[in-house]
Design a protein around this ligand. Structure first.
Ligand code: ADP
Length: 577
């Protein structure tokens, strides 16, 4: 909510414009009322001729146009303010998302995040486009009207002074309820988006396991929940309008009664005054009613703002900030890990007491059983997850003091399932490069990664679309694209998650050859499964349940570590079979 106020405060010019427009509106409304009453008074009671009052009629028309024009300007300024605010919020969101550690960004469902970024931010709209302008209008205009009424006819003014406070009191009582209910509604909506996207992404799996029917039910329940929450909010909105309408009608009725009694029975006020009261009093209550309605939308927006605020603060408080130190490009790096630890969640899987020293251009193999934490260690070394204790040093300086971009420019990560984004093959390879890559360089990198022949055989060659909506790629082909990215980028550190299964012999050979080639100029850290890769490594790190059990060369481990000996025997046995 404070964030909304801050954004509003940043647009001071607009706020001043709203105030000026409101004052002009007040004059237009009062002027219109006066002119109308004078015209009626003069024509019907005083017997003026049409030509005598024609200037007044022109004045009335001008006042009407002025009022409409001012309304339009007010709406436009509000919409403009809302657009700027939403743009700012979305920018803030994307910025925070992109700056955060992978860990924080991966938490929660993607659909929910999309929901936040699109729908929840949209809910903010009415705060700026209607709530703020209306608050200003509804404070200034009724005040002016009230002053005029008090000057013309004290009794009506007193009735207004007594009845008007009921409107804000009522609004506040209802408003509190609205905010809670709207928050629930937004939760339901984001949950709905999340479930829906999850289902879409897992459709193949769900179908294969014959679970699409159940999922249909889940989606149905989620959407019905959302409907119910929406109806709750609408119910409050309707009660709100009814109550406001009731109070204002009652008050206007009271004023009419008083005016009628004074005019007809006591005859102590003129027609002019009585009629003016009957024209101005509804204007007064209309403004207050409008405030009531935008108060409702305002509360809805505030609920959305609360959600965004919680999300943004959680993201901003993620203590994984990077520093500002530059890191020289394409220079060998020396990595030292001092007693580092990381855990996914309180009580969840944890890496503990990791001590490692990696010289430049060393080849490191990380081995261990499934679930022993190999991939997690790779992420830790890449600086992708926040440490809970200890420190990683790169060239004798804490990794986190470097600029994030500089570090990732030095790094290539070839995972088991590399991400292929929607675009051409050339674009997908060039993502690995820090400079804009020329076509020849891309082809050279593709050749080294052993994918050039395949690309050449395609009708559109390097311009073939891949990724979402484009041509599909096999696991081995994706890995080769990732290798080509690394060849183009020439990083100082390569992290490689060796595929366990599923690659044909040819692809495996290409991968091996490429990794050897890349390893000439880089430190290579591999999560290794094949004995061949493991044996060749300068240093083998054996992980067990998140801790380093042993580290050394193949020969050292063979003689000293029984678990390692067993593993090698099993693998060799497996190979000869
Ligand atoms: P390995 O690569 O050796 O198979 P991982 O590093 O992938 O092991 O996983 C180690 C442990 O951490 C596993 O028990 C896994 O369930 C757990 N784990 C992995 N990712 C997450 C996550 N995002 N949140 C919580 N636990 C996780």
């Amino acid at each position: 909510m404070n964030r909304l106020k801050n954004i509003a405060a940043e647009q001071k010019g607009k706020l001043i414009l709203f105030i000026v427009l409101a004052i002009l509106s007040a004059f237009a409304i009062i002027g219109q009322g006066y002119l109308f009453v004078i015209i009626i008074d003069r024509i019907f009671l005083k017997g003026y001729s049409f030509s005598e009052i024609s200037p007044l009629i022109i004045g009335l028309v001008v006042a009407l146009f002025l009022r409409t024009g001012l309304n339009y300007l007010n709406g436009r300024a509000g919409a403009r303010m809302a657009t700027l605010a939403k743009r700012e919020l979305r920018r803030l969101f994307v910025h925070t998302f992109s700056r955060n550690s992978m860990q924080a960004s991966l938490e929660g469902q993607s659909g929910q995040k999309v929901g936040l970024l699109l729908d929840t931010v949209d809910e903010i709209d009415s705060y700026f486009s209607s709530y703020i302008p209306q608050i200003i209008q509804s404070t200034i205009v009724p005040l002016f009207i009230l002053v005029v009424i008090l000057m013309e006819h004290m009794a009506t003014g007193i009735i207004i002074l007594v009845t008007a406070p009921f409107i804000p009191i009522f609004m506040i009582i209802i408003g509190f309820n609205t905010k809670d209910k709207s928050e629930q509604q937004l939760d339901k909506m984001n949950a709905f988006s999340g479930t829906f996207l999850d289902t879409l992404q897992g459709l193949t799996t769900l179908k294969l396991f014959g679970r699409s029917k159940e999922q249909e039910k889940t989606i149905q329940k989620s959407s019905l929940d959302f409907r119910d929450a929406t109806m709750e909010v609408l119910k409050i909105a309707f009660t709100n309008s009814l109550a406001l309408e009731f109070i204002s009608m009652l008050s206007i009725g009271l004023i009419a009664l008083e005016v009628a009694v004074r005019m007809i029975i006591f005859q102590d006020i003129t027609f002019f005054t009585g009629f003016l009261m009957l024209i101005l009093a509804p204007e007064f209550y209309t403004k207050l009613k409008e405030l009531g309605n935008s108060f409702h939308t305002g509360r809805t927006s505030m609920a959305a703002a609360n959600k965004l605020d919680i999300e943004l603060s959680a993201l901003e408080n993620d203590e994984t900030r990077w520093g500002e130190l530059p890191l020289a490009k394409n220079k060998p790096v020396h990595i030292k890990v001092n007693d580092a630890g990381f855990s996914y969640k309180e009580g969840g899987f944890a890496l503990k007491h990791i001590n490692l020293e990696l010289e430049a251009f060393e080849q490191i193999a990380i081995i261990g059983k499934t679930g022993s934490g190999k991939t997690t260690l790779l992420h830790m070394l890449a600086g992708l997850v926040p440490l809970t204790e200890g420190m990683i040093q790169v060239n004798e300086t804490s990794l986190k003091q470097y600029r994030e971009k500089d570090w990732f420019d030095q790094l290539s990560y070839i995972s088991q399932n590399p991400y292929i984004f929607s675009g051409t093959i050339a674009e997908n390879i060039a993502i690995g490069s820090t400079k804009s890559a020329y076509q020849e360089e891309i082809i050279k990198a593709a050749e080294k990664a052993g994918i050039n022949d395949l690309v050449d055989s395609l009708e559109h060659g390097y311009d073939t679309l891949i990724g979402e909506g484009g041509r599909g790629l096999s696991g081995g082909e994706k890995q080769r694209i990732a290798l080509a990215r690394a060849f183009l980028k020439r990083p100082s550190v390569i992290l490689f998650d060796e595929p366990t299964t599923g690659l044909d012999l040819q692809t495996e050979q290409i991968l091996q050859k490429s990794m050897e080639e890349l390893g000439k100029h880089s430190t290579v850290i591999t999560v290794a499964h094949r004995l061949h890769t493991i044996q060749k490594a300068d240093k083998i790190v054996l992980l067990d349940n998140g801790e380093i059990k042993a580290a050394g060369t193949h020969d050292e481990l063979l003689t000293t570590v029984e678990a390692y000996r067993n593993m090698v025997t099993v693998q060799q046995g497996g190979m000869t079979k």
